[in-house]
Design a protein around this ligand. Structure first.
Ligand SMILES: *[C@@H]1O[C@H](CO)[C@@H](O)[C@H](O)[C@H]1NC(C)=O
Ligand SMILES: *[C@@H]1O[C@H](CO)[C@@H](O)[C@H](O)[C@H]1NC(C)=O
Ligand SMILES: *[C@@H]1O[C@H](CO)[C@@H](O)[C@H](O)[C@H]1NC(C)=O
Ligand SMILES: *[C@@H]1O[C@H](CO)[C@@H](O)[C@H](O)[C@H]1NC(C)=O
Length: 465
């Protein structure tokens, strides 16, 4: 048996957290040593380490008393609270199950049912425009596809589901004038989806949707408006307030647009485009751009009902550092900008209308140190992705000292941050794949849902029986 706990090279002063725990159990002493068992626990934080040891002990405990009941499969998956084993005499209701493929054991046999909604709620939008599946709000499409492709957590039987995924693509109605998605129909589209499923199925009504999962991948999450004051005024639609919302928007203070159970998720960046940019990276790995930003920077910011884009931060950066040596700032769109990111040391990620930006993910996965300038932002999967070790945070009021701050880091801990960024687990956690891969963004969403299993109607029934 070997147990190795792998961590990215972490700052010694930081509280260490187990990042990846990869556990292998080799049980070679039966049936001629042919029976190997592997348990994979990926992304276990040290917080859960006791669970790990609990399972380990339990594993030996059950195999000792239950004798060898191994199936022909080579992988054993540990699941918690599974109710398929009435013969288990363990008070914890924990048991060991065997399955043919490696499945992440920490999901405890969690099951998700994906509603089969009429095409007008989802796939019709992608048929109309394939941009729908690739733009920065496309997490709603990516998560749906990844879950559909999954065979370990997805169930086709809603009766055995812990969670219900509602696949509605609301960010795909692209405006012909500015090319941005119009969100004006989002509420009514979601509302009619909920009417449809609460009429056709019994599951919504029995919990008022509290075990239902939505994606709200635009600026202010489930408030469905790109402008904060309007978003706050309109708030989260009443019918979604009890549900779980997967949203790109997140702040670490009270905000009306996150007053629902939610998980902060990464914006969508196509994994192929990341690969293409990597392929085009200079062969010697040299980063010849010191501080990089490309995107909207207004010289004279417009006063839009008392609000200024990026709270004027981008304008301040442009005014102070535009044209300065070492600062590569560009206001024009360029489709190949990711090939500039792979050549950059620091990538500025200032707020736009909302605090989050796709740059956070693009720079982190392309090895450019994200410089987060968005006060109060809550970054995606912050429970498991250790952002302080792979990024820098600069307060909005400190942008005037940006050069000094970056120079200080460059001579102190830049190489540590860059080394941390090379840890493949970070990159994996921020990208969505179809099919889902262990440790990727969808996998992390499942892990976050697993922590909300107390919302499962099915489990609450099983436990009360
Ligand atoms: C798409 O957006 C436009 C502009 O907001 C709106 O008029 C139209 O009804 C929307 N289309 C649908 C199908 O919801
Ligand atoms: C759920 O409740 C709504 C509103 O009360 C009702 O119209 C609908 O028929 C109910 N659905 C089912 C399946 O009973
Ligand atoms: C911006 O416009 C609002 C009215 O919409 C006004 O009250 C405010 O003073 C303006 N702010 C600045 C800095 O010009
Ligand atoms: C690097 O240094 C900066 C500024 O001194 C500090 O804020 C940051 O936490 C450090 N990061 C790491 C990973 O050591």
């Amino acid at each position: 048996m070997s147990l190795d706990i792998k961590r990215p090279n972490s700052n010694k002063t930081k509280k260490k957290m187990g990042f990846i725990v990869k556990m292998q159990l080799h049980n070679n002493n039966n049936r001629g040593g042919s029976n190997k068992r592997n348990l994979f626990f990926v992304f276990f934080r040290s917080y859960y380490r006791w669970i790990l040891w609990f399972f380990l002990s339990l594993y030996f405990f059950t195999s000792y008393f239950a004798g060898d009941q191994s199936s022909p499969s080579s992988t054993t998956t540990t699941r918690l609270l599974s109710n398929h084993n009435p013969s288990s005499s363990l008070p914890s209701r924990a048991l060991i199950e065997s399955s043919a493929i490696v499945t992440p054991g920490i999901f405890s046999g969690m099951k998700i049912y994906i509603y089969d909604l009429p095409a007008r709620f989802n796939v019709d939008w992608v048929t109309k425009s394939d941009r729908c599946a690739t733009h920065l709000f496309a997490a709603e499409v990516a998560i749906h596809r990844a879950l559909l492709s999954d065979s370990s957590v997805r169930t086709l039987d809603p009766e055995e589901a812990d969670f219900f995924f509602v696949p509605v693509y609301v960010s795909c109605n692209f405006s012909t004038s500015n090319g941005f998605p119009s969100l004006s129909h989002a509420r009514s589209l979601l509302g009619s989806a909920v009417d449809f499923l609460s009429d056709q199925y019994p599951f919504w009504n029995r919990t008022q949707g509290s075990d239902h999962v939505f994606v709200a991948s635009h600026d202010f999450g489930a408030c469905f408006h790109a402008m904060e004051d309007m978003a706050i005024e309109e708030g989260i639609p009443e019918f979604m307030k009890k549900s779980i919302i997967l949203q790109t928007f997140g702040v670490n203070y009270k905000h009306p647009c996150q007053e629902a159970e939610h998980v902060v998720i990464p914006p969508y960046i196509p994994p192929e485009s990341v690969q293409r940019a990597m392929d085009r990276a200079p062969a010697n790995g040299r980063r010849d751009i010191w501080a990089f930003f490309r995107g909207k920077m207004e010289v004279n910011p417009k006063n839009i009902s008392g609000r200024f884009y990026s709270k004027g931060v981008r304008t301040a950066i442009l005014k102070k550092y535009g044209g300065r040596r070492r600062f590569y700032l560009n206001r024009h769109r360029f489709a190949g900008y990711r090939s500039e990111i792979v050549r950059s040391v620091f990538c500025l990620c200032p707020l736009g209308w909302a605090p989050w930006s796709p740059r956070l993910v693009e720079s982190a996965v392309l090895g450019c140190v994200p410089v987060v300038i968005a006060d109060g932002i809550k970054l995606p999967f912050s429970e498991t992705v250790r952002w302080p070790e792979i990024s820098l945070t600069v307060a909005e009021k400190d942008v005037k000292n940006l050069r000094k701050i970056l120079e200080h880091v460059a001579v102190t801990n830049l190489s540590v941050i860059q080394r941390n960024l090379r840890e493949p687990a970070f990159k994996r956690a921020l990208l969505y794949n179809v099919p889902m891969k262990e440790g990727d963004a969808t996998w992390h969403i499942l892990e976050a849902l697993w922590r909300k299993l107390d919302r499962s109607y099915r489990r609450s029934r099983v436990l009360s029986e």
